[in-house]
Design a protein around this ligand. Structure first.
Ligand SMILES: Nc1ncnc2c1ncn2[C@@H]1O[C@H](COP(=O)(O)OP(=O)(O)O)[C@@H](O)[C@H]1O
Ligand SMILES: [Mg+2]
Length: 431
């Protein structure tokens, strides 16, 4: 069996220990440095994003000391082992804090190669054994964060994100009923509308919480989760006062994604605006990027630029899957192969145009994959879920879903008002 490469993160404010460790690792194919952090904040973010096996933290870290960072990391339910580096022999208080935070070992600088490498390997082996023996440990590796993005607004990103999460919820429910299978995160503060697509009005959202030096509390994020009748759990960042708030702070998005990843098998993120710090962190953090491309010439051109920007920013090509979406009836005049030639990639899915159904589904807050599973648009979304590794053949009974949707959709006056304007030819919940 091939030896597993040990992924290492080093956090060190003055860089001396970091340089030393990197020199120990030069030419060693069994270890890979996946990140270097110069402050506490960067260390926490990289730990959550890169998921290293071993984190070496120097106690000289600023503005928060290394031991405080180890304590904070211990609360994040990470699957990493931590090693603390100190400049002088430790005192009793530091030792106690180290034990409580589950730090594997203490290394005293200047570091010795043999001692450091032994500590890294021991920590890694201990962690791997724990993972093998611990209940559900291997489950961690099968969790997926799917970021739904697109070069421009109006290309169908929210439509795809919402219906894909419902399709996955339906498919996974039979295998693990009532389980925490799917979360949908809408991280757009100013114009997020995933909640509206699901006919949910959250009391509080991510926009209402603030970051602090020690990061965002897990319970705080969990208190914002809203359950939808489909089995999808929504986490929204959309504010009710759109122009008062800008982006989410980096710490909030990092903590939110880490909490969702630790609780849900699938997390679908509606990224919204691109090119912001929040969207960059999300694209870095996620396992798969679904790039939705509205099929018309201006959008294809914008998508081509966005795609080459992501590749230039070293996003692995295999992480990106392109979804074509026929936003207009005229979209048919551009074929899949023409779009593929324009973009220079093979597309993963093609969603057809279905004007009345898609519009009514959005206005009523009832995802079409649940109300109209036999429609061509639903088929395309289910094919996409299958492409992402979801066994869509095992979907739970649609009747159950519709029963659950029925009382939910009676709740809001807004829905009743909008329903009066819905196209008469569409009978929701009747297919
Ligand atoms: N396949 C489709 N068929 C018909 N209309 C669509 C389709 N995809 C998207 N639309 C329309 O495009 C609009 C924008 O979709 P949305 O998901 O909000 O885009 P984004 O999130 O990218 O801004 C929606 O109001 C919907 O009516
Ligand atoms: Mg949107």
């Amino acid at each position: 069996m091939a030896t597993q490469v040990i992924k290492i993160l080093i956090a060190d404010s003055d860089g001396v220990a970091c340089e030393q460790i990197c020199s120990f690792l030069t030419g060693d194919p069994t270890c890979q440095v996946v990140g270097r952090a110069v402050n506490a904040d960067e260390c926490t973010s990289l730990a959550l994003i890169k998921r290293p096996d071993v984190i070496l933290v120097h106690n000289n870290l600023k503005p928060t000391s290394g031991i405080e960072v180890c304590e904070h990391l211990a609360l994040q339910n990470l699957d990493s082992a931590t090693l603390l580096v100190v400049s002088q022999a430790m005192d009793e208080n530091l030792f106690r804090r180290m034990m409580t935070a589950g730090v594997s070992e203490l290394l005293v600088a200047p570091l010795q190669k043999g001692r450091t490498m032994d500590a890294i390997r021991n920590a890694f082996n201990k962690k791997t054994n724990l993972r093998r023996g611990g209940a559900g440990g291997g489950d961690e590796d099968s969790r997926r964060i799917i970021a739904v993005t697109g070069a421009r607004g109006g290309c169908g990103r929210t439509m795809v994100a919402v219906n894909l999460s419902c399709a996955i919820a339906r498919a996974t429910e039979r295998v693990s009923p009532g389980g925490n299978n799917v979360a949908l995160a809408d991280i757009n503060v100013r114009a997020g509308d995933a909640a509206t697509f699901l006919d949910i009005r959250p009391q509080r959202t991510l926009a209402d919480i603030t970051d602090s030096a020690s990061g965002v509390d897990r319970e705080m994020i969990e208190s914002l989760l809203e359950n939808h009748a489909s089995g999808v759990t929504l986490l929204s960042a959309s504010t009710t006062e759109p122009y008062d708030r800008q982006e989410l702070p980096r710490g909030v998005i990092v903590s939110a994604l880490a909490v969702l990843r630790s609780r849900f098998k699938y997390t679908v993120v509606d990224v919204g605006v691109t090119g912001t710090e929040v969207s960059n962190v999300t694209l870095d953090f996620c396992d798969t990027i679904l790039m939705v491309v509205g099929v018309d010439l201006p959008r294809l051109r914008a998508a081509r630029l966005y795609l080459s920007h992501l590749l230039e920013a070293n996003v692995p090509r295999e992480k990106i899957q392109v979804v074509l979406n026929d936003i207009q009836p005229e979209s048919k005049s551009i074929s899949t192969s023409q779009a593929e030639a324009a973009l220079g990639v093979t597309v993963a899915a093609h969603v057809p145009h279905e004007d009345r159904l898609v519009c009514a589904s959005i206005n009523l807050g009832q995802p079409f994959v649940l109300t109209h599973p036999g429609s061509a648009v639903s088929q395309a979304i289910n094919d996409l879920a299958a492409r992402l590794g979801v066994d869509v053949g095992k979907g739970s009974s649609l009747k159950d879903f519709l029963k659950r949707l029925q009382p939910a959709r009676e709740q809001h006056g807004l829905v009743r008002a909008v329903r009066d304007y819905a196209p008469k030819t569409i009978t929701l919940g009747n297919k």
